[in-house]
Unconditional design. Structure first.
Lengths: 78, 195
């Protein structure tokens, strides 16, 4: 799975969990319904979809689509 | 009020606050990332100790420190207060977590569990500054359906609207299992990474 495929997957999962359209510029700053409960639901859903686990210390920093996609790309390749 | 209630969740624990936690409270409430929507209460160590002295004498008020079970490191604060013994309800709040904490869901679950399962309350409510969108959204995301706008409820620098979320026993029965599930799943992660 390449960068674009991972991004597409992340955006799809995010839109499903947050129940709204999510663009690649989305972040916890500009998407108020990306709250701390939805954050862990989003993370778990992405992990389930891509079959890996984000390290705990990485979780709070995954506060934008860009960061999630970049982290997911590294973990998916590992 | 002084109490000895300790509530263990999957990864976190609520324990009674003590004078030795005053510096932790001051640090959290002084953090500009966290205090935008807090009452403008004095934040010196002495004033916090005075506040705690009054709190210890106040009935129907349970103030907890939230800490990690695996190492006892404090992550935040949470309270249940304004108990109405006639109406069997109370408010929860004074909820503040260190930046980056993963304890939000579990701490909410623990305080609801305390209210409904230990105190046998019929209803619990939480009032949030309406412009504090992430926290308002958190309560919405919990699945709380009783939601009311309280115009001008909070007096900070200005009068600010509040959003009140009320959870009754039926709502707790519906939302409790989801919060519990998420708490357990997060706990497996936290415990795994700390082994």
């Amino acid at each position: 799975m390449d960068h674009e495929q991972i991004k597409t997957t992340v955006l799809s999962v995010m839109s499903t969990v947050l129940k709204c359209e999510v663009g690649e510029q989305a972040s916890r700053e500009n998407l108020p319904n990306w709250d701390s409960l939805k954050h862990i639901e989003v993370i778990f859903a992405i992990e389930d979809e891509l079959n890996f686990q984000f390290p705990e210390d990485m979780l709070p920093a995954l506060n934008s689509i860009e960061r999630i996609v970049n982290a997911a790309e590294i973990l998916y390749a590992a | 009020m002084r109490h000895d209630i300790v509530l263990d969740g999957p990864a976190f624990r609520l324990r009674p606050i003590a004078d030795t936690d005053a510096a932790f409270v001051v640090a959290l409430r002084s953090d500009p990332r966290l205090n935008r929507f807090l009452h403008a209460t004095p934040i010196s160590l002495d004033s916090q100790l005075d506040w705690l002295a009054n709190y210890y004498e106040r009935l129907g008020d349970w103030y907890f420190v939230l800490e990690r079970r695996c190492n006892g490191v404090p992550e935040g604060l949470i309270s249940l207060y304004d108990l109405d013994a006639y109406q069997h309800n109370a408010e929860w709040g004074r909820w503040i977590l260190r930046p980056g904490s993963l304890a939000a869901v579990e701490s909410a679950w623990l305080i609801y569990h305390f209210a409904f399962e230990q105190l046998n309350l019929r209803e619990v409510y939480c009032r949030t500054v309406a412009s504090n969108h992430p926290v308002v959204s958190f309560h919405d995301s919990c699945g709380i359906t009783k939601r009311t706008l309280l115009p001008g409820h909070f007096v900070l620098d200005d009068r600010l609207d509040a959003v009140e979320h009320r959870v009754d026993e039926a709502n707790w029965a519906a939302l409790g299992p989801r919060l519990k599930h998420l708490s357990h799943r997060m706990a497996r992660r936290i415990q795994y990474d700390n082994i």
